[in-house]
Design a protein around this ligand. Structure first.
Ligand SMILES: Nc1ncnc2c1ncn2[C@@H]1O[C@H](COP(=O)(O)OP(=O)(O)OP(=O)(O)O)[C@@H](O)[C@H]1O
Ligand SMILES: [Mg+2]
Length: 337
């Protein structure tokens, strides 16, 4: 029996309360009887003595039982002030012990959410600052007469503005998807025209990689939001082109498999390392190889793609492609909901 918690060995709160009540009633009766019979005091005085003894017994026995609740109350106040590292001691096996464990896991989740929020703010600020600084430097040079606003300078500034605009659109998209404020506009539609559109857009934007589309059967349909799924394919094709060498071919394929449709985007680049297959879907994650290249991108494309695929009840994962390259597989249930 531990001194701070005399009833600590009892496994449930119910049992502890029962012991406290029985002990209080027992000592009340015993001390009333003793005061009355042995000390011969007045019944009213015996009642007061019995009440006092009962209170002392209840106070001693309930010490350790109520202490964790007091600790949780002050820990809640600390967490409300933003001290997310606060934890309570959870060493009893009863309901209060389980409450303390749940409290600690809730505090851990809050701490984790807070870390993610801080990282997000830091990443967003960093990504916004880079093009803004470049833009400001150019504008200052022009204002000071060091540089003239020739076509090349204006084109550089326009590229930075476009980068900023794209980043803001991506962030808005991600926050809308996460908040669920824009519901999916689901309907049954043909896959081939959507893939052809993504391929045409990519051919217009670049000429370094050939884009091939194959759909089997050719009238394959999906039940989903055509615009959002087009966005997924466009992001995957953009990555395939960005991360593979010039002169390669990017294949976009759609197949029917069991009760699902799979859309695959295959490239002949270096591929995604096995230990990065989950991390590439995190916001702002870019592999070291991708960071070291000058090709832009904030690391949001796959995070957006995964949200859209999740909302459709599907799955997205990278696989190694033979002999090398990346094979992004999106599996969508044929009938959603
Ligand atoms: N096809 C691919 N081949 C090799 N690496 C890839 C491929 N697709 C994605 N990656 C890796 O995953 C990371 C995350 O991809 P994601 O599309 O989210 O970001 P990004 O392309 O860097 O930027 P953004 O899409 O926001 O413009 C990339 O930085 C790259 O390291
Ligand atoms: Mg991308």
């Amino acid at each position: 029996m531990n001194r701070a918690n005399p009833l600590g060995a009892l496994p449930t709160l119910k049992l502890r309360l029962a012991v406290i009540i029985v002990a209080a009633v027992g000592v009340t009766v015993a001390s009333f009887y003793a005061a009355l019979k042995l000390l011969n005091v007045w019944p009213a005085f015996a009642g007061v003595v019995a009440g006092g003894v009962a209170l002392a017994v209840v106070w001693v026995l309930s010490r350790g039982t109520l202490e964790p609740l007091r600790a949780m109350a002050s820990a809640s106040e600390a967490i409300a002030r933003g001290e997310f590292e606060t934890r309570v001691v959870a060493n009893s096996r009863d309901e209060i012990g389980r409450l303390a464990e749940s409290f600690n896991s809730m505090a851990e989740e809050l701490a984790q959410t807070d870390r993610v929020r801080r990282d997000l703010v830091a990443n967003v600020s960093h990504e916004l600052r880079t093009p803004l600084t470049a833009l400001q430097a150019k504008l200052e040079n022009i204002a000071d007469g060091i540089e003239i606003a020739d076509a090349e300078t204006v084109a550089t500034m326009l590229a930075q503005t476009e980068r900023l605009g794209r980043l803001v659109r991506q962030l808005l998209d991600l926050s809308r998807l996460e908040a669920g404020t824009v519901p999916l506009d689901r309907r049954e539609f043909e896959v081939q025209p959507m893939l052809e559109l993504a391929a045409r857009e990519s051919r217009l934007a670049q000429s370094s990689n050939a884009i091939e589309v194959s759909v089997e059967p050719s009238d394959l349909t999906i039940d989903g939001d055509p615009e959002r799924l087009h966005q997924v394919v466009a992001n995957l094709v953009e990555n395939a082109v960005r991360y593979s060498p010039a002169g390669g071919t990017v294949e976009i394929a759609a197949r029917h498999a069991d009760a699902a449709v799979t859309i695959t985007v295959i490239d002949s680049g270096p591929g995604i390392a096995i230990e990065e297959t989950q991390r590439v879907f995190e916001r702002f994650y870019r592999s070291d190889a991708a960071r070291s290249t000058q090709q832009g991108g904030a690391g949001l494309g796959l995070a957006i793609a995964r949200w859209i695929v999740d909302l459709h009840g599907g799955e997205i994962r990278p696989e190694a492609s033979e002999p090398h390259g990346c094979r992004m597989v999106v599996t969508l249930p044929s009938k959603v909901g």
